[in-house]
Write a protein that binds this ligand. Structure first.
Ligand code: SAM
Length: 217
């Protein structure tokens, strides 16, 4: 997702209370950011943040951090949070970071993250761009640096080639596929408690099956 450049987006984000800055200072100090010891779950490539807003409201005992690389996209999430704040419904357990996920180990210390969500990640179909895919072995190496030993990566997509690449790449990276499905919405076990993302709603309403895998070490 890349929206048109929006004038003022960068400044709004820089000054917004829901966006965390100076990430290197927060590394190993996320408990202080949230003011509690609750587990931290992150979504990498969160887009406009709808999934995390719903998850945060449903699970107040978990802290959520959404990561998005584009100002114009993050701005939408920030605006939505401000709308919620005006109605006193903004979840207190959700923060955002604007950064490229290649820098994840600068923002989180060893074992500091308990779960990583990857939802409808960009497919980067050209082979020479494979390392940009969020399920590439290069990204699994980064996840390895921040994810607690029992932590998992949960990945959903409607893109079959990307899903097949991800199944293979998980194992090439030395991780295990703990569960997977080629039709999430018709898999009663894996679909239990599923919160749909913005892209998931869009693609499943077009009749596309949704694929999901859960990976651990
Ligand atoms: N997760 C949302 C959903 O399911 O509705 C949004 C999906 S959208 C297709 C993918 C998002 O990931 C885009 O907003 C894109 O900017 C972001 N993204 C892709 N690569 C990224 C990276 N390396 N670091 C941070 N964000 C990234």
């Amino acid at each position: 997702m890349r929206l048109r450049n929006i004038p003022g987006a960068k400044e709004t984000i820089e000054n917004n209370r829901f966006v965390v800055h100076q990430i290197q200072e927060k590394r190993n100090h996320w408990k202080d950011v949230f003011g509690n010891e609750n587990p931290v779950h992150i979504e990498v490539g969160m887009g406009k943040g709808r999934f995390l807003m719903e998850m945060a409201a449903l699970n107040p005992e978990i802290n959520y951090v959404g990561i998005e690389m584009y100002d114009s996209v993050l701005l939408r999430a920030v605006q939505k949070m401000e709308e919620k704040a005006a109605q006193e419904t903004a979840p207190g357990n959700l923060r955002f970071i604007r950064m490229d996920a290649r820098e994840l180990p600068l923002a989180f210390g060893k074992n500091e993250v308990d779960r990583i969500y990857l939802n409808f990640s960009d497919p980067w179909p050209k082979e020479r761009h494979a390392k940009r895919r969020l399920t590439s072995r290069q990204f699994f190496e980064r996840y390895d640096q921040i994810l607690a030993p029992q932590g998992v990566v949960e990945f959903k997509t409607d893109n079959r080639p990307l899903f097949e690449f991800s199944l293979e790449e998980t194992e090439e990276a030395g991780w295990k596929i703990m569960a997977h499905t080629f039709d999430l919405h018709h898999d009663p076990t894996m679909n239990e408690g599923n919160v749909m993302t913005e892209y998931e709603e869009k693609f499943s309403s077009m009749g596309n099956p949704i694929y999901k895998l859960i990976a651990g070490r």
